[in-house]
Each structure stands twice: as C-alpha cells, then as structure tokens.
Design a protein around this ligand. Structure first.
Ligand code: OAD
Length: 228
C-alpha cells in the first residue's frame, strides 16, 4: 500500500468543538502562552498551568472525533496511513487511526517533573498539585512546552521522507520544528493542504490546496484520490 502521511494541527479538531490557537477567538488570545505553556510559566505558577490543561482535558472528554478524523481512519483500508499530529487530543485514536505520532505530547497523560521518561495515564480530567510520580516528584502534563525539545521530531521526519503522499490539515504551520517537516518530503510527492483559510508556507511550491474544513476537505481529498 502507498504510504500516506497526515500532518494535522488544531484545525483538525475544530469541528469537534475544540478551539484552535492563533485564530480570532483562539486560545492564545485568551491566555498568555508563556504563562501556561512554558517551563518558566510552570515555575511561576504551577496551579495556573494545571488549571489550564485541566480545562482542556475536561473539554476533550466531553467531545468526539469528527467526520474528518473518522474518514482518515477509514483511509487505512486503502493506504498505509501515518498521522503526525501537533494535537495533544486523542481524537485520531478514538476515531480508529492506528498509527498516530504526537509531536507535542498527550493531554490525557502526565509526566514526572523528576524524570520525563515516567509517563502515566490520567484518570478523568484533573491533574492537581500533590499528584506524585513513583519517585515522589510532582506530575505535570505530558505536553511539550515552548522552549522544550520535541523528542518525536526525528521519527516524524523519517515518516515524511518515506511518504508517497502528504496531507496537511488544520495547522497554521507557524510552530517549529513541526512546520519544518514539509522540507523532508520528496520533490515528486503530491502534497495536499486542507484548511478553510489561507496558510502561508514560505518556499513550498506546488501544494494542492483544498480550501475547506477538515470534514468536507477529507471527503474531497478521498474523491480526488479515487479519481487518480
Ligand atoms: P493554529 O491555531 O496555529 O492553526 C489552526 C489552523 O486550523 C489555521 O490554519 C486555521 O485556518 C485552521 N482551521 C480552522 N478551522 C478549521 C477546520 N474546521 N478545518 C480545518 N482547518 C481549520 O494551530 P496549530 O498550527 O495546530 O503547541 O498550532 C501549532 C501549535 O501551536 C500547537 O500544537 C500548540 C500551539 O501553541 C503547543 O502548545 C506546544
């Protein structure tokens, strides 16, 4: 089967009711990213950071995969699909996608502040001060904050480099190193971009744009692929 790699961002989950970051009404309009998503913010006010992610987790548990997530999972019948997502939600997995790589971590997991290799599932939506790892250190959300390394980036680059088809969905391609993954794709490989808004990708040419939301956009992509 041909290898189809999806690079997804917050817009993938917008139709499930989760807010994106940089659009009008996005999360970074309401919250200061340095306060809630950086090591400095964590040092300054752990409770605020935990509350921010608890809120996100609570919303995630109340929502469901959308048509776009489900259609991508169904594509596994015809393609070897790998999803590389910047999203910390688990909606791709819940839709049935079997290969999902989370570049920015996972909201429903915690990690030890003493040893980042100690990762645990979070039961329910709350992670609070006083929740400790087996070594007795405070647990934090298992998400990658600004200024931190992205451990999964090398694996993601290998996937993109081996792709026969790349599909970018719902990301403003603003955050590195994730946005740089496009540079690993072979020049002959078709690249599709699904987004209802314009996305500027410096230096990238020949991208086939489907200017639609994730649900309708993935349907259109499938129709195009069937016709090829
Ligand atoms: P952004 O908020 O930067 O971009 C969201 C994209 O989704 C935009 O291009 C929108 O036009 C598009 N969009 C909106 N509605 C859509 C829909 N219904 N269907 C498809 N696309 C839609 O989000 P990301 O690019 O994912 O990182 O942001 C990247 C990273 O920045 C996040 O992982 C997060 C954030 O700060 C960390 O917290 C480390």
């Amino acid at each position: 089967m041909k290898k189809l790699v999806v690079l997804s961002g917050a817009g993938m989950s917008a139709e499930s009711g989760l807010r994106t970051f940089r659009e009008m009404g996005g999360l970074w309009e309401e919250y200061d990213v340095q306060e809630v998503a950086s090591p400095g913010g964590w040092e300054k006010d752990r409770e605020l950071v935990l509350r921010f992610y608890n809120e996100r987790r609570k919303q995630l548990l109340e929502t469901h995969p959308n048509r776009g997530h489900i259609a991508l999972a169904e594509l596994e019948k015809d393609y070897d699909v790998s999803i590389v997502t910047q999203n910390v939600d688990d909606l791709h997995e819940r839709a049935g996608s079997s290969k999902v790589l989370h570049l920015h971590g996972e909201l429903r997991k915690s990690q030890s502040t003493a040893d980042s290799s100690l990762v645990y599932d979070i039961d329910g939506w709350e992670l609070n001060l006083g929740a400790l790892c087996e070594k007795g250190a405070q647990l934090r959300p298992n998400v990658v904050w600004f200024g931190e390394a992205v451990p999964a980036i090398e694996e993601a680059a290998v996937l993109v480099a081996a792709a026969d088809l790349l599909v970018i969905i719902g990301t403003s391609m603003n955050v590195y190193p994730a946005a740089g993954l496009i540079n690993y794709v072979s020049p002959s490989v078709p690249v599709y971009l699904i987004d209802p808004n314009e996305v500027s990708m410096a230096g990238s040419t020949g991208i086939r744009v489907i200017r639609k939301g994730a649900g309708e956009g993935v349907d259109e992509l499938i129709n195009i692929l069937k016709g090829e």
